[in-house]
Design a protein around this ligand. Sequence first.
Ligand code: KG4
Ligand code: ZN
Length: 333
Amino acid sequence: MTNILAIESSCDETSAAVLQDGKILSNFIANQQVHEQYGGVVPELASRAHLQNIVPVVDAALRKAGLTKAELDAIAFTQSPGLIGSLLVGCSFAKAMALALDIPLIAVHHMQAHVLANFIEEPRPAFPFLCLTVSGGHTQIVLCEDFLKMTVIGETQDDAAGEAFDKTAKLLGLPYPGGPLIDRYAREGDPERFSFPEPRIPGLNFSFSGLKTAILYFIRDETAKDPDFVAKNLPDICASVQHRIITILMNKLVKAAQQTGVTHVGIAGGVSANSGLRAALETYSKRYGWQHYIPKFEYCTDNAAMIAITAYHKFKAGQFSPLSVSAGARATW
Ligand code: KG4
Ligand code: ZN
């Protein structure tokens, strides 16, 4: 039997998961409320909160799994990318535990793990698999030929899709993180009411900075005419913005599927929790004959279960890290 403890601390969630032979036994996530009052994640505060949370979160994950530290076969952690101070907490903790228990250490790439969240539960995709990974820091189209063989074939040139949601929310006076709130208001709004531009970016790359500026000017101009414009039209604004973000993402995913000929298609990352994007993937899948995959809700936003499943495949492939390994804010694949 292979028991792996995984730790995720790349941004503002402290998470620990326990996996046994490819099956997740527990997945605990401690959210950091401290950032809400600042309208975004404050890196220094995130590191301190990780330091407070990590021991109780790991203890809870082990207890729920019914395992002791002595039964672990490896410790995995998110090595990159992310906030360096946050990553260092998980990295140092994992190294200390691997050293104390004299078991292997497995460094995991956060974006690779988001993709592999699709493989945690049935139905699991077949290879080749095409994944649209959309989070607060990244927007990528990833071609997976195997669990550990992935190529980024398209990515954002500026803002990530999650940032487009969060920055729009900020303009509308909604608290951080705004993505889930836009999702909620959008359900009651008309997605065709306001029209926002689709950027003309060649190939499979994305851009969201033009959309952000268009939304900024739109709100400024409409508020000048009617100071209550946002309050009166919040659901329609949210629905129209969300609709545009989704069509930008889906149009590129269609292009990628056509270029690669891949028919197993999925989404991952925090924005894959968006109800409109999840519905759009289903609609497009019917239209284009794709088999589609969406991780369970708790495996979309940052979580350690996705780190554990990636570590499991690295364990089987013998891909361990030396104790000299460190965290990295940026990382190449
Ligand atoms: O993957 P994630 O938890 O963290 C990063 O790796 O960045 O993604 C966080 C992002 C945030 O931008 C958040 O607003 C967005 O995912 N998000 C959503 C929804 N839930 C989370 N965006 C739109 N609709 C949602 N339901
Ligand atoms: Zn993430």
